[in-house]
Every structure is written in structure tokens, then in C-alpha cells.
Design a protein around this ligand. Structure first.
Ligand SMILES: *Cc1c(COP(=O)(O)O)cnc(C)c1O
Length: 345
């Protein structure tokens, strides 16, 4: 039996929030444990103007995807890693630490109830957004007494409007994304508000995104506002090591494994300098939303450097192809990354 779908123009999907049937909602007090919760109709929520999240940014989120696969299943990809990261992010922001099982059950329940909104095989994917924040009021700075967790989702196409064109990036020399020992390695909402101004300025200048430098050593690169970064030189793959201010991306880790174990390349999580970056044979970025996207141009101190003649490189292409093929069950999943949630035929 083929799964019936709702009436959405799958070919025209971009990366915007589309309303679906339902969302998951649970609450927890500061000294309680996450449990229970239920599906509620998708819709707006009410909040006190003094809510912790509005006044002091006490909120974190996750991002993962479900796929309708070539075997007609609906599957999740490495949801355990998102669950673990959510546990870390909540702890770091003084939100009751979220139990990974509770997190996974909520994601699965939301996905099952909205299965007919998952784009058909070959037509995009279902972006899943778990989010948790301080709901109770606070006037003085402190961790508030009540928290709300929700999971909503949206069918999506590709993240960058450009489609397959390599990205045009700028090395950001005026602003940092994250401070050493700050919250850069948590998926905290404040990290993204901090990146909006540099991103908006860069977009005005015609760039797609910015590359942030290490605040401790401005000769070294870290990542983009919402994606990790890789370089390739003479067949060797490098990505900045997890220093505490870089987000530990699920896609980053998956690409490292694919490159080393399937493509048999040398992969190093290490320091990466700007000099190495601009002399690379290939540069690409990774993330749940952007998957694997090649970079064709990098501007640093007003100098423009072309990477691989502004063409997508072969290693990025191979990593993307293998990652997508595993996610869509077109090839075997040698790593045990796929979790079927709804079985098709
Ligand atoms: C979410 C995110 C990434 C990518 O992580 P994935 O788990 O691969 O989606 C990279 N950098 C930042 C800053 C992020 O917020």
C-alpha cells in the first residue's frame, strides 16, 4: 500500500514553515523530570510577557529530518545524536535536562501523526524542529520555574535558493559567533540571534553566508552560522575540531565517517587556518538543513578566492551522494543510522 499524501506542491518546496496537522507539547517544572505530553492541533501559543525565554533567552532547539525512502518507509536519521545533544543543550541553559528516550518518543509521535505531510520519495524531506523554552515569568535574571517543550515539523525542499550553485561566502572579520567557553556548542537560540546581523550585512553585499573565525585565534576558522565547514587539499579532508565553541553537527560526524570509512580518505578533526581554507581544492559545508553544499568563492579582507574554479568538487559530491543514498535507503546503511518509524508496503 502506498502512503496517501496531503495536497502540497512538492516540486515547489523551499525552506519555510508549512502548517501540518499537529505538534507535540509537554511541560516540566525546574526540579521535575520530562514525562507525558501529548499531540495538540498545530497553532499559536500564549506566553507571559515576562517569560524567561522572551527576556533572557532561555531556550534551545534541535533540527533533524525524516525521509520517505525508496523502500516506501518513513525513517529518521541518527535521532540518538540529536537526543544526546538536546540533553547537553538543555543542561547548559539550566532547562531541566531532557531524557533522550522522552525526546525520541516525542519526535516519533509527532512524525507518525503527520506522516502524510512527509514529501514523497525523491521530493524533499520532513524537517523536524523540537524546541524547549522557559515559560514561567522572571523579572530578575534566573532560571525560571516552568518549561515547555514542543515538536513541530514542516515539509522542506532545499535550504539555499541557489539550488546547486556553489556558495559565495565571506570570512567574517568584524563579529564572532561564539565565545570560548560560551554557548556555541549548545543549540541555544541566542547563538542565532547573534548571527543575524552579520548574516544580514553579508547578504546585502551579495554573499550567501559567513565563515566565523575562532575568537581565541583569528587565524583559524570555525563554522558558518548554522552549518559546519570542511576543506579538502590533496585528497585529505579536514574540519575544525570541536573546541567548545563549535556545534557538534550530526552531518559533520556523518560526513567524517563516510569520507574515512566508505571513501577511504584521510580525515582530520584539527585546527584549520584561513590560509589553508583559501588554498583548498574543495570547501563545503554540512548540516541537516544544507546537507552537503559546496563553496565556490570565499572573500577575505576584500580579496576574492575561487575554490575549484567555482564548481562543485568531487569529494563533496561523493559525500552528499552517499549520505543521501543512506538516508533514502537506496544503499545499505553500514552504520546503523536509519530508524524506520512507519513501514510502507
Ligand atoms: C545545527 C547546526 C549545525 C549543523 O548540525 P547538524 O546536526 O548537522 O544539523 C552546525 N552549526 C551550527 C551553528 C548549528 O546550529
Amino acid at each position: 500500500m502506498r502512503m496517501e499524501k496531503v495536497n502540497i506542491k512538492w516540486e515547489e518546496l523551499g525552506f519555510d514553515a508549512i502548517q501540518t496537522r499537529s505538534m507535540f507539547k509537554a511541560t516540566c517544572s525546574i526540579d521535575g523530570k520530562w514525562s507525558g505530553g501529548s499531540l495538540v492541533p498545530y497553532g499559536n501559543i500564549e506566553l507571559s510577557p515576562a517569560a524567561g525565554v522572551l527576556n533572557y533567552g532561555q531556550g534551545v532547539f534541535e533540527g533533524t529530518k525524516a525521509f520517505h525512502t525508496s523502500k516506501d518507509n518513513i525513517v529518521l536519521f541518527r535521532i540518538d545524536r540529536n537526543a544526546k545533544r538536546m540533553a547537553w543543550s538543555t543542561k547548559r541553559l539550566c532547562i531541566p535536562e531532557m531524557n533522550p528516550e522522552f525526546f525520541k518518543n516525542a519526535v516519533v509521535a509527532t512524525l507518525k501523526d503527520n506522516f502524510d505531510y512527509v514529501p514523497p520519495y525523491g521530493k524533499g524531506s520532513m524537517y523536524i524542529r523540537p524546541i524547549v523554552w522557559g515559560t514561567a515569568p522572571a523579572l530578575g535574571v534566573r532560571a525560571v520555574s516552568e518549561y515547555t517543550f514542543m515538536v513541530f515539523l514542516s515539509p522542506v525542499g532545499s535550504y539555499f535558493k541557489a539550488g546547486v550553485r556553489p556558495l559565495n561566502l565571506k570570512v567574517e572579520t568584524d563579529y564572532h559567533r561564539a565565545a570560548p567557553r560560551g554557548i556555541g556548542n549548545a543549540k541555544a537560540i541566542g547563538n542565532y540571534s547573534a548571527s543575524l546581523y552579520p548574516l544580514t550585512m553579508a547578504k546585502k553585499e551579495g554573499f550567501d553566508e559567513v565563515i566565523y573565525l575562532d575568537a581565541n585565534n583569528e587565524n583559524q576558522i570555525e563554522e558558518l552560522g548554522s552549518a559546519n565547514l570542511f576543506i579538502v587539499k590533496d585528497g585529505i579532508v579536514k574540519t575544525p575540531k570541536l573546541s567548545g565553541s563549535i556545534l557538534d553537527g550530526v552531518t559533520r560526524n556523518s560526513v567524517c565517517k563516510i569520507a574515512s570509512e566508505l571513501l577511504k580518505l584521510k580525515v582530520f578533526e584539527t585546527d584549520v587556518t584561513i590560509n589553508e581554507l583559501i588554498k583548498s581544492d574543495e570547501v563545503f559545508c554540512t548540516g541537516t538543513a544544507v546537507v552537503v553544499t559546496p563553496v565556490g568563492k570565499i572573500t577575505y579582507n576584500n580579496e576574492v578566492y575561487e575554490i575549484n574554479k567555482n564548481q562543485p568538487g568531487p569529494i563533496a559530491a561523493k559525500c552528499k551522494e552517499l549520505l543521501s543514498a543512506i538516508q533514502r535507503q537506496e544503499i545499505d546503511d553500514p552504520f546503523g543510522w536509519i530508524k524506520p518509524v512507519i513501514k510502507g508496503s
